[in-house]
Design a protein around this ligand. Structure first.
Ligand SMILES: NC(=O)c1ccc[n+]([C@@H]2O[C@H](COP(=O)([O-])OP(=O)(O)OC[C@H]3O[C@@H](n4cnc5c(N)ncnc54)[C@H](OP(=O)(O)O)[C@@H]3O)[C@@H](O)[C@H]2O)c1
Length: 293
C-alpha cells in the first residue's frame, strides 16, 4: 500500500515509517519543513509538504494514498483544547478525502478515553464521551467520519517510551531537572499505562493491514505503573530527592502537567492482542527510565 503518514517526522511516526517500509509498503509522509522532507527521503519515504492546519494539504495527501495513518499533533499544551479541536478538523478532512472507498484511516487517541470512570480499567470497546480529557474530540470526530461510511479505526496510546522520550513522563523528567526534586501527588499510587515505541509502531502497521472498520485498539504493554515508581526512578537517576506533594502544591510544581498529576488511568490491551495477534516485546518503562542520565 502507499500510506500517507501524518506526524511522520515525530517520535512515533518516525518509527512507523521504517516499520511500514520494512513490510513492503510505500510511505508518503506529511512534513512542514525542509529538514523534515530530507529526513523522510533519507528514511526511504516520499515527502508531502503541508500542515495539519492546512486542510487542503491533508486532503491532497490522503487522495494520493491507499490508506492514512494520522499521528501529527501540536503538543503546545498551553492551547491543548484548541489543538484537540484542530485535530478533529484534520480527521474530518482526511475522512472526506477517503469517502466512497474502503481505504483505511487510522487516527490516534489516548487510552484514557476507554475508561468509564476514574481508575477504572480502560478497554477497547468502551468510549467515554464525557472523559475529562479534551482529546476525546479526536474520537468524536472519528465516530462522525465513520458514520459517513469511512473505514476508520482508532489507536489509543499510553505513555510511549524509549530511553530518551516517554510521553508525559518526558516532562516529569524535565521538571525534576529544573526544580531539583522528583515529585508525585499524594501517595503516588495512581497508575499510567505504557508501551515501547517499536511495539507501538508495529501495532499501527497491524491495524493498517488487519484492522476492522470502527474498531479501537490499545497499544498497551504495561497496564499501569504507579506514578510514585516513576518518580522514584527519575529521582535516583537524576540524583535528586523524591517528594510527595499535597494537592495545593501541584499547580506551582507541575504547571500545565498538573492537569494529569492525579489521573489514575490503567488500561488493558487484551482485545487488541486477541484480535490482531499483537505481542509487545520491548523493554518496560522503568527499564528505559533506568537509562536516564
Ligand atoms: N508519545 C506519547 O507517549 C503519546 C501518548 C498519547 C498520545 N500520543 C499521540 O500520538 C501522536 C504522536 O505523538 P508523538 O509523541 O510522536 O508526537 P511528536 O514527537 O510531538 O510528533 C508530532 C508530529 O506532529 C507533527 N506536527 C506538529 N504540528 C504540526 C503541524 N502544524 N503540521 C504538520 N505536522 C505537525 C510534527 O511535525 P514536525 O516534525 O514538523 O514538528 C511531528 O511529526 C500524537 O497524536 C500524540 O498526541 C502520544
Amino acid at each position: 500500500m502507499r500510506v500517507f503518514v501524518t506526524g511522520a517526522t515525530g517520535f512515533i511516526g518516525s518509527q512507523i515509517v521504517p516499520e511500514l517500509i520494512k513490510a513492503g509498503h510505500r510511505v508518503l509522509g506529511l512534513t512542514r519543513s525542509d529538514a523534515g522532507a530530507r529526513s523522510l527521503v533519507a528514511a526511504g519515504a516520499e515527502a508531502h509538504r503541508g500542515d495539519i492546519e492546512d486542510l487542503a494539504s491533508l486532503r491532497s495527501g490522503a487522495a494520493k494514498s491507499d490508506g492514512v495513518i494520522h499521528t501529527a499533533f501540536n503538543h503546545d499544551f498551553s492551547k491543548f483544547v484548541q489543538n484537540c479541536e484542530n485535530d478533529s478538523l484534520a480527521i474530518e478532512a482526511l475522512g472526506e478525502a477517503l469517502a466512497g472507498s474502503k481505504r483505511p484511516l487510522i487516527i490516534t487517541s489516548g487510552t484514557a478515553m476507554g475508561s468509564l470512570a476514574p481508575g477504572q480499567l480502560a478497554t477497547e470497546d468502551a468510549f467515554n464521551p464525557n472523559a475529562p480529557n479534551p482529546r476525546k474530540a479526536s474520537e468524536i470526530a472519528g465516530v462522525a467520519v465513520a458514520e459517513r461510511g469511512i473505514n476508520v479505526s482508532v489507536v489509543r496510546l499510553p505513555q510511549v517510551h524509549d530511553p530518551v522520550k516517554s510521553g508525559l513522563i518526558t516532562y516529569l523528567v524535565q521538571i525534576a531537572r529544573e526544580k531539583g526534586v522528583s515529585a508525585y501527588l499524594g501517595e503516588g499510587l495512581n497508575r499510567w499505562p505504557a508501551a515501547h515505541v517499536l511495539d507501538v509502531a508495529r501495532l499501527y502497521r497491524l491495524v493498517l493491514e488487519k484492522g476492522t472498520a470502527g474498531s479501537r485498539y490499545h497499544a498497551v504493554a504495561e497496564e499501569g505503573i504507579p506514578v510514585r515508581d516513576v518518580a522514584t526512578v527519575i529521582g535516583r537517576r537524576l540524583k535528586v530527592p523524591v517528594v510527595s506533594l499535597t494537592p495545593d502544591k501541584v499547580a506551582a510544581h507541575f504547571g500545565w502537567l498538573g492537569m494529569f498529576a492525579d489521573h489514575d488511568m490503567p488500561a488493558s490491551s487484551s482485545l487488541t492482542r486477541e484480535r490482531l495477534g499483537w505481542h509487545p516485546t520491548g523493554p518496560g518503562l522503568i527499564a528505559d527510565l533506568e537509562q536516564l542520565s
